[in-house]
Write a protein that binds this ligand. Structure first.
Ligand SMILES: Cc1ncc(COP(=O)(O)O)c(C=O)c1O
Length: 422
Protein backbone atom coordinates (compact mmCIF):
# COMPACT_ATOMS: atom_id res chain seq x y z
CA UNK A 1 0.00 0.00 0.00
CA UNK A 2 1.26 3.46 -0.88
CA UNK A 3 1.35 5.70 2.20
CA UNK A 4 0.42 8.67 -0.02
CA UNK A 5 -2.96 7.18 -0.76
CA UNK A 6 -3.78 5.65 2.63
CA UNK A 7 -6.95 7.05 4.11
CA UNK A 8 -7.55 7.75 7.79
CA UNK A 9 -9.91 4.77 7.98
CA UNK A 10 -7.38 2.36 6.47
CA UNK A 11 -4.58 3.62 8.75
CA UNK A 12 -6.82 3.14 11.79
CA UNK A 13 -7.76 -0.38 10.64
CA UNK A 14 -4.11 -1.30 10.06
CA UNK A 15 -2.91 0.16 13.38
CA UNK A 16 -5.67 -1.63 15.31
CA UNK A 17 -4.38 -4.89 13.91
CA UNK A 18 -0.64 -4.25 13.99
CA UNK A 19 0.31 -1.93 16.86
CA UNK A 20 0.48 -2.41 20.58
CA UNK A 21 -2.59 -0.54 21.81
CA UNK A 22 -0.72 2.15 23.80
CA UNK A 23 -2.50 5.25 22.45
CA UNK A 24 -6.03 6.55 22.25
CA UNK A 25 -5.38 8.77 19.23
CA UNK A 26 -7.60 11.55 17.89
CA UNK A 27 -9.01 10.51 14.51
CA UNK A 28 -6.84 12.80 12.38
CA UNK A 29 -4.18 11.82 9.85
CA UNK A 30 -1.62 14.58 9.50
CA UNK A 31 0.32 14.79 6.30
CA UNK A 32 2.23 18.07 6.46
CA UNK A 33 3.01 21.15 8.53
CA UNK A 34 4.27 24.68 8.02
CA UNK A 35 4.76 27.33 10.68
CA UNK A 36 1.95 27.20 13.24
CA UNK A 37 -0.27 25.07 10.98
CA UNK A 38 -0.76 21.37 10.22
CA UNK A 39 -2.79 19.86 7.39
CA UNK A 40 -4.62 16.54 7.45
CA UNK A 41 -5.10 14.00 4.65
CA UNK A 42 -8.26 15.78 3.49
CA UNK A 43 -6.49 19.13 3.24
CA UNK A 44 -8.10 20.59 6.39
CA UNK A 45 -5.87 23.12 8.20
CA UNK A 46 -5.27 23.08 11.96
CA UNK A 47 -3.78 25.78 14.17
CA UNK A 48 -1.31 23.87 16.34
CA UNK A 49 -1.47 25.03 19.98
CA UNK A 50 0.05 21.82 21.33
CA UNK A 51 3.21 21.60 19.15
CA UNK A 52 3.61 17.83 19.49
CA UNK A 53 3.38 18.13 23.31
CA UNK A 54 5.90 20.93 23.48
CA UNK A 55 8.35 19.60 20.89
CA UNK A 56 7.80 21.78 17.82
CA UNK A 57 8.70 25.02 19.57
CA UNK A 58 9.77 26.62 16.28
CA UNK A 59 6.62 25.40 14.53
CA UNK A 60 6.69 23.10 11.53
CA UNK A 61 9.11 23.15 8.60
CA UNK A 62 11.29 25.94 10.00
CA UNK A 63 13.66 26.86 7.12
CA UNK A 64 16.82 27.08 9.29
CA UNK A 65 16.11 23.66 10.86
CA UNK A 66 15.35 22.13 7.45
CA UNK A 67 18.63 23.49 6.10
CA UNK A 68 20.73 21.98 8.93
CA UNK A 69 18.82 18.69 8.68
CA UNK A 70 19.43 18.39 4.96
CA UNK A 71 23.09 19.39 5.17
CA UNK A 72 23.90 17.13 8.11
CA UNK A 73 21.93 14.16 6.73
CA UNK A 74 24.07 14.44 3.63
CA UNK A 75 27.28 14.39 5.69
CA UNK A 76 26.89 12.13 8.73
CA UNK A 77 23.88 10.83 10.68
CA UNK A 78 25.31 8.43 13.26
CA UNK A 79 28.68 7.47 14.69
CA UNK A 80 27.89 5.83 18.11
CA UNK A 81 29.53 7.14 21.26
CA UNK A 82 32.67 5.07 20.67
CA UNK A 83 34.03 7.92 18.55
CA UNK A 84 34.06 11.70 18.48
CA UNK A 85 32.07 14.06 16.29
CA UNK A 86 32.19 17.81 16.39
CA UNK A 87 28.73 18.71 17.68
CA UNK A 88 28.37 17.25 21.21
CA UNK A 89 30.94 19.55 22.77
CA UNK A 90 29.61 22.56 20.85
CA UNK A 91 26.05 21.84 21.99
CA UNK A 92 27.22 21.21 25.57
CA UNK A 93 29.04 24.55 25.51
CA UNK A 94 25.82 26.37 24.59
CA UNK A 95 23.67 24.46 27.08
CA UNK A 96 26.09 24.97 29.97
CA UNK A 97 26.35 28.67 29.17
CA UNK A 98 22.58 29.22 29.31
CA UNK A 99 22.00 26.96 32.35
CA UNK A 100 24.88 28.00 34.64
CA UNK A 101 25.93 24.33 34.85
CA UNK A 102 29.19 22.72 33.70
CA UNK A 103 28.62 19.43 31.86
CA UNK A 104 26.12 17.58 29.68
CA UNK A 105 25.13 14.01 28.91
CA UNK A 106 23.05 13.39 25.76
CA UNK A 107 20.40 10.73 25.20
CA UNK A 108 17.28 10.28 23.09
CA UNK A 109 14.22 11.18 25.14
CA UNK A 110 12.91 12.75 28.31
CA UNK A 111 12.56 9.56 30.25
CA UNK A 112 16.15 8.58 29.42
CA UNK A 113 17.43 11.96 30.58
CA UNK A 114 15.55 11.42 33.83
CA UNK A 115 16.93 7.88 34.25
CA UNK A 116 20.41 9.28 33.73
CA UNK A 117 19.79 11.94 36.40
CA UNK A 118 18.60 9.36 38.95
CA UNK A 119 21.54 7.07 38.23
CA UNK A 120 23.97 9.97 38.52
CA UNK A 121 22.47 10.97 41.89
CA UNK A 122 22.91 7.45 43.26
CA UNK A 123 26.40 7.10 41.74
CA UNK A 124 27.49 10.47 43.15
CA UNK A 125 26.16 9.58 46.61
CA UNK A 126 27.93 6.22 46.52
CA UNK A 127 31.21 7.73 45.34
CA UNK A 128 31.07 10.16 48.28
CA UNK A 129 30.11 7.55 50.82
CA UNK A 130 33.66 6.82 51.94
CA UNK A 131 34.27 10.30 53.23
CA UNK A 132 32.49 9.73 56.48
CA UNK A 133 29.15 10.83 54.92
CA UNK A 134 26.07 8.96 56.03
CA UNK A 135 24.86 6.58 53.31
CA UNK A 136 22.58 8.50 50.95
CA UNK A 137 20.26 6.56 48.69
CA UNK A 138 16.66 7.76 49.16
CA UNK A 139 14.97 9.87 46.51
CA UNK A 140 12.25 12.34 47.44
CA UNK A 141 9.82 13.05 44.62
CA UNK A 142 6.54 14.96 44.52
CA UNK A 143 2.90 13.97 44.50
CA UNK A 144 1.28 14.20 41.08
CA UNK A 145 4.63 14.45 39.31
CA UNK A 146 5.37 12.91 35.91
CA UNK A 147 8.90 11.94 34.87
CA UNK A 148 8.39 9.37 32.07
CA UNK A 149 7.57 5.76 31.38
CA UNK A 150 10.72 3.78 32.15
CA UNK A 151 11.08 2.06 35.53
CA UNK A 152 13.16 4.70 37.35
CA UNK A 153 10.98 7.45 35.95
CA UNK A 154 7.83 5.59 36.99
CA UNK A 155 9.27 4.99 40.45
CA UNK A 156 9.58 8.76 40.92
CA UNK A 157 6.25 9.58 39.22
CA UNK A 158 3.68 10.42 41.88
CA UNK A 159 0.58 9.11 40.12
CA UNK A 160 -0.79 5.67 40.90
CA UNK A 161 -2.45 5.25 37.49
CA UNK A 162 0.96 5.16 35.80
CA UNK A 163 2.75 3.15 38.52
CA UNK A 164 0.33 0.52 39.73
CA UNK A 165 0.33 -1.91 36.76
CA UNK A 166 4.13 -2.20 36.86
CA UNK A 167 4.95 -2.64 40.54
CA UNK A 168 7.32 -3.48 42.15
CA UNK A 169 9.22 -0.39 40.97
CA UNK A 170 12.71 0.89 41.84
CA UNK A 171 12.93 1.03 45.66
CA UNK A 172 14.02 3.97 47.80
CA UNK A 173 11.50 6.61 46.66
CA UNK A 174 9.16 8.59 48.94
CA UNK A 175 6.60 11.18 47.87
CA UNK A 176 6.22 14.63 49.38
CA UNK A 177 2.94 16.54 49.14
CA UNK A 178 3.22 19.17 46.41
CA UNK A 179 4.34 22.55 47.77
CA UNK A 180 4.01 21.36 51.40
CA UNK A 181 7.06 22.76 53.23
CA UNK A 182 6.32 20.90 56.46
CA UNK A 183 6.04 17.57 54.67
CA UNK A 184 9.36 18.19 52.90
CA UNK A 185 11.04 19.00 56.25
CA UNK A 186 9.47 15.93 57.85
CA UNK A 187 10.65 13.54 55.14
CA UNK A 188 14.10 14.98 54.48
CA UNK A 189 17.03 13.47 56.37
CA UNK A 190 20.66 12.42 55.84
CA UNK A 191 19.63 9.32 53.88
CA UNK A 192 18.23 11.41 50.99
CA UNK A 193 20.52 11.52 47.94
CA UNK A 194 18.26 13.76 45.84
CA UNK A 195 15.06 15.79 45.83
CA UNK A 196 13.30 15.52 42.46
CA UNK A 197 11.04 18.32 41.24
CA UNK A 198 9.34 19.33 37.98
CA UNK A 199 9.73 23.12 38.14
CA UNK A 200 6.27 23.29 36.58
CA UNK A 201 4.29 20.06 36.74
CA UNK A 202 3.06 19.57 33.18
CA UNK A 203 1.18 16.30 32.89
CA UNK A 204 -0.71 16.98 36.11
CA UNK A 205 -2.22 20.23 34.93
CA UNK A 206 0.48 22.97 34.65
CA UNK A 207 1.25 23.55 38.34
CA UNK A 208 4.33 25.67 39.09
CA UNK A 209 6.22 24.66 42.24
CA UNK A 210 6.11 27.49 44.82
CA UNK A 211 9.15 29.71 45.33
CA UNK A 212 9.22 28.84 49.05
CA UNK A 213 9.14 25.10 48.38
CA UNK A 214 11.90 25.19 45.76
CA UNK A 215 14.08 27.42 47.94
CA UNK A 216 13.60 25.08 50.90
CA UNK A 217 14.49 22.07 48.72
CA UNK A 218 17.62 23.94 47.60
CA UNK A 219 18.61 24.82 51.19
CA UNK A 220 18.04 21.33 52.60
CA UNK A 221 19.93 19.58 49.80
CA UNK A 222 22.81 22.04 49.93
CA UNK A 223 23.25 21.66 53.69
CA UNK A 224 23.24 17.87 53.66
CA UNK A 225 25.24 17.27 50.45
CA UNK A 226 22.20 15.84 48.63
CA UNK A 227 21.26 16.93 45.09
CA UNK A 228 18.38 18.99 43.75
CA UNK A 229 17.26 17.51 40.42
CA UNK A 230 14.86 19.54 38.29
CA UNK A 231 12.84 18.02 35.47
CA UNK A 232 12.48 20.72 32.81
CA UNK A 233 11.68 18.33 30.00
CA UNK A 234 8.38 20.12 29.38
CA UNK A 235 8.91 23.55 30.95
CA UNK A 236 12.57 24.18 29.99
CA UNK A 237 14.31 25.61 26.92
CA UNK A 238 12.36 28.82 26.51
CA UNK A 239 8.83 27.57 27.21
CA UNK A 240 8.37 30.06 30.10
CA UNK A 241 10.18 32.97 28.46
CA UNK A 242 13.52 32.19 30.11
CA UNK A 243 15.96 29.51 29.02
CA UNK A 244 15.03 27.47 32.12
CA UNK A 245 11.99 27.79 34.39
CA UNK A 246 14.23 27.67 37.50
CA UNK A 247 15.68 31.01 36.36
CA UNK A 248 12.38 32.58 37.51
CA UNK A 249 13.12 31.29 41.04
CA UNK A 250 16.66 32.54 41.60
CA UNK A 251 18.15 29.09 42.25
CA UNK A 252 20.35 26.68 40.26
CA UNK A 253 19.87 22.91 40.56
CA UNK A 254 22.62 20.28 40.69
CA UNK A 255 21.08 18.46 37.74
CA UNK A 256 18.46 19.56 35.20
CA UNK A 257 16.91 17.39 32.50
CA UNK A 258 15.68 18.65 29.13
CA UNK A 259 14.35 17.02 25.97
CA UNK A 260 11.18 17.86 24.02
CA UNK A 261 12.09 20.94 21.90
CA UNK A 262 15.87 20.47 22.12
CA UNK A 263 16.37 19.22 18.56
CA UNK A 264 13.15 20.64 17.06
CA UNK A 265 11.49 17.23 16.61
CA UNK A 266 14.55 15.04 16.15
CA UNK A 267 14.72 12.86 19.30
CA UNK A 268 17.29 14.26 21.74
CA UNK A 269 17.40 14.54 25.53
CA UNK A 270 20.07 15.80 27.90
CA UNK A 271 20.99 16.15 31.50
CA UNK A 272 23.12 19.06 32.63
CA UNK A 273 25.08 19.02 35.86
CA UNK A 274 27.98 20.50 37.83
CA UNK A 275 31.65 19.51 37.79
CA UNK A 276 31.26 18.34 41.40
CA UNK A 277 28.36 15.96 40.65
CA UNK A 278 30.08 14.74 37.47
CA UNK A 279 32.77 13.18 39.69
CA UNK A 280 30.21 10.44 40.39
CA UNK A 281 30.46 9.22 36.79
CA UNK A 282 33.23 7.33 35.00
CA UNK A 283 33.49 5.57 31.61
CA UNK A 284 31.32 2.48 31.42
CA UNK A 285 28.86 3.48 34.16
CA UNK A 286 26.23 4.94 31.83
CA UNK A 287 25.78 5.37 28.08
CA UNK A 288 23.65 5.05 24.95
CA UNK A 289 24.08 3.90 21.35
CA UNK A 290 22.06 6.62 19.63
CA UNK A 291 22.13 9.50 22.12
CA UNK A 292 23.78 12.73 21.04
CA UNK A 293 24.34 11.72 17.43
CA UNK A 294 25.66 14.29 14.94
CA UNK A 295 22.31 14.89 13.23
CA UNK A 296 20.37 15.57 16.45
CA UNK A 297 23.16 17.69 17.96
CA UNK A 298 23.65 19.81 14.83
CA UNK A 299 19.91 20.54 14.77
CA UNK A 300 19.87 21.34 18.49
CA UNK A 301 22.66 23.90 18.03
CA UNK A 302 20.49 25.60 15.42
CA UNK A 303 17.43 25.39 17.72
CA UNK A 304 19.33 27.21 20.49
CA UNK A 305 20.52 29.83 18.01
CA UNK A 306 16.89 30.52 17.04
CA UNK A 307 15.76 30.45 20.68
CA UNK A 308 17.99 33.39 21.60
CA UNK A 309 15.82 35.72 19.54
CA UNK A 310 12.50 34.29 20.75
CA UNK A 311 12.60 34.48 24.56
CA UNK A 312 11.20 37.98 24.95
CA UNK A 313 8.51 37.20 22.36
CA UNK A 314 7.48 34.12 24.41
CA UNK A 315 7.15 36.31 27.54
CA UNK A 316 5.15 38.99 25.74
CA UNK A 317 2.79 36.75 23.81
CA UNK A 318 2.42 34.49 26.88
CA UNK A 319 1.32 37.48 29.02
CA UNK A 320 -1.17 38.52 26.38
CA UNK A 321 -2.51 34.96 26.09
CA UNK A 322 -2.96 34.44 29.85
CA UNK A 323 -4.61 37.87 30.19
CA UNK A 324 -7.15 36.90 27.50
CA UNK A 325 -7.78 33.55 29.16
CA UNK A 326 -8.36 35.30 32.51
CA UNK A 327 -10.86 37.61 30.83
CA UNK A 328 -12.63 34.53 29.54
CA UNK A 329 -12.74 33.18 33.09
CA UNK A 330 -14.88 36.14 34.13
CA UNK A 331 -17.46 35.16 31.47
CA UNK A 332 -17.57 31.42 32.15
CA UNK A 333 -18.36 29.88 35.52
CA UNK A 334 -17.14 26.55 34.13
CA UNK A 335 -13.54 27.90 34.28
CA UNK A 336 -12.16 27.17 37.75
CA UNK A 337 -8.63 28.43 37.21
CA UNK A 338 -6.25 29.87 34.61
CA UNK A 339 -2.55 29.39 35.31
CA UNK A 340 0.92 28.85 33.90
CA UNK A 341 3.96 30.76 32.73
CA UNK A 342 5.03 31.97 29.30
CA UNK A 343 3.56 29.62 26.71
CA UNK A 344 2.84 26.77 29.13
CA UNK A 345 -0.73 27.62 30.08
CA UNK A 346 -3.76 25.84 31.47
CA UNK A 347 -7.47 26.41 31.82
CA UNK A 348 -8.95 24.21 34.51
CA UNK A 349 -12.63 23.44 33.97
CA UNK A 350 -15.20 22.20 36.45
CA UNK A 351 -15.78 18.81 34.79
CA UNK A 352 -13.94 16.31 32.66
CA UNK A 353 -17.00 16.07 30.41
CA UNK A 354 -16.79 19.78 29.57
CA UNK A 355 -13.01 19.57 29.03
CA UNK A 356 -13.44 16.61 26.70
CA UNK A 357 -16.19 18.35 24.74
CA UNK A 358 -14.14 21.57 24.41
CA UNK A 359 -11.07 19.71 23.08
CA UNK A 360 -13.16 17.92 20.46
CA UNK A 361 -15.06 21.09 19.46
CA UNK A 362 -11.74 22.88 18.97
CA UNK A 363 -10.41 19.98 16.93
CA UNK A 364 -13.55 20.10 14.79
CA UNK A 365 -12.91 23.81 14.23
CA UNK A 366 -9.27 23.27 13.34
CA UNK A 367 -7.46 24.04 16.61
CA UNK A 368 -5.22 21.56 18.43
CA UNK A 369 -4.94 21.55 22.21
CA UNK A 370 -5.19 18.67 24.66
CA UNK A 371 -6.71 17.73 27.99
CA UNK A 372 -4.54 16.67 30.85
CA UNK A 373 -5.37 15.57 34.38
CA UNK A 374 -9.00 15.07 33.24
CA UNK A 375 -10.28 18.62 33.64
CA UNK A 376 -7.38 20.77 32.44
CA UNK A 377 -7.05 22.25 28.94
CA UNK A 378 -3.34 22.46 28.16
CA UNK A 379 -1.83 25.00 25.77
CA UNK A 380 1.77 24.46 24.58
CA UNK A 381 1.87 26.45 21.33
CA UNK A 382 4.99 27.00 19.26
CA UNK A 383 7.05 30.01 20.35
CA UNK A 384 6.37 31.72 17.01
CA UNK A 385 2.62 32.33 17.51
CA UNK A 386 1.29 35.84 17.03
CA UNK A 387 -1.56 37.84 18.55
CA UNK A 388 -3.95 36.86 15.75
CA UNK A 389 -3.46 33.18 16.63
CA UNK A 390 -4.14 33.84 20.32
CA UNK A 391 -7.28 35.82 19.37
CA UNK A 392 -8.52 32.97 17.21
CA UNK A 393 -7.99 30.35 19.92
CA UNK A 394 -9.58 32.45 22.68
CA UNK A 395 -12.57 33.32 20.47
CA UNK A 396 -13.12 29.68 19.50
CA UNK A 397 -12.71 28.56 23.10
CA UNK A 398 -15.30 31.13 24.18
CA UNK A 399 -17.83 29.67 21.71
CA UNK A 400 -16.99 26.08 22.67
CA UNK A 401 -17.51 26.85 26.38
CA UNK A 402 -20.85 28.53 25.61
CA UNK A 403 -21.93 25.47 23.65
CA UNK A 404 -20.81 23.02 26.36
CA UNK A 405 -22.66 25.04 29.00
CA UNK A 406 -25.82 25.05 26.89
CA UNK A 407 -25.60 21.30 26.33
CA UNK A 408 -25.13 20.77 30.07
CA UNK A 409 -28.08 23.00 30.89
CA UNK A 410 -30.27 21.08 28.43
CA UNK A 411 -29.15 17.74 29.86
CA UNK A 412 -29.87 19.02 33.38
CA UNK A 413 -33.44 20.10 32.48
CA UNK A 414 -36.25 17.53 32.65
CA UNK A 415 -37.46 16.83 29.12
CA UNK A 416 -40.85 18.10 28.03
CA UNK A 417 -43.66 15.55 28.06
CA UNK A 418 -43.82 15.55 24.27
CA UNK A 419 -40.09 14.66 24.09
CA UNK A 420 -40.41 11.52 26.24
CA UNK A 421 -40.34 8.23 24.45
CA UNK A 422 -43.23 5.87 25.02
C1 LIG B 1 8.11 16.64 32.82
C2 LIG B 1 8.33 15.45 31.94
N1 LIG B 1 9.29 14.57 32.25
C3 LIG B 1 9.52 13.50 31.48
C4 LIG B 1 8.78 13.24 30.35
C5 LIG B 1 9.08 12.04 29.51
O1 LIG B 1 9.60 12.43 28.29
P1 LIG B 1 9.60 11.42 27.04
O2 LIG B 1 8.18 11.20 26.66
O3 LIG B 1 10.40 12.14 25.99
O4 LIG B 1 10.27 10.17 27.50
C6 LIG B 1 7.76 14.13 30.00
C7 LIG B 1 6.92 13.86 28.83
O5 LIG B 1 5.85 14.34 28.67
C8 LIG B 1 7.53 15.26 30.81
O6 LIG B 1 6.56 16.14 30.52
Amino acid sequence: MNSQTMSLASVIRAEEKLLLPTYDRQRVLFTRGRGVYLWDSKGKRYLDFLSGIGVNALGHGHPAIQKVLKQQAGKLIHTSNLFYHQYQAELAKRLTKISGLDRAFFCNSGTEAWEGALKLARAYARANNNNGHKAKWRLLALDNSFHGRTFGALATTGQEKYRHPFTPLVPGVSFVTFNDLDDLKRQFDGSVCAVCVETIQGESGIRPVSREFLQLARELTQKSGALLILDEIQCGLGRTGKFFAYQHYGITPDIVTVAKPLAAGVPLGALLTTNRVATGMHPGLHGTTFGGGPLACAVAIEFLRQLDGLLSHVSKIGSLFIAQLKKLQSRHTSIKDVRGMGLMLAVELDSSETAKSVVSQLLEQGILINRTHDTVLRFLPPYIIEKKHVDEVVHTLDGALDKSTNIRALKGKPRKKSERSH
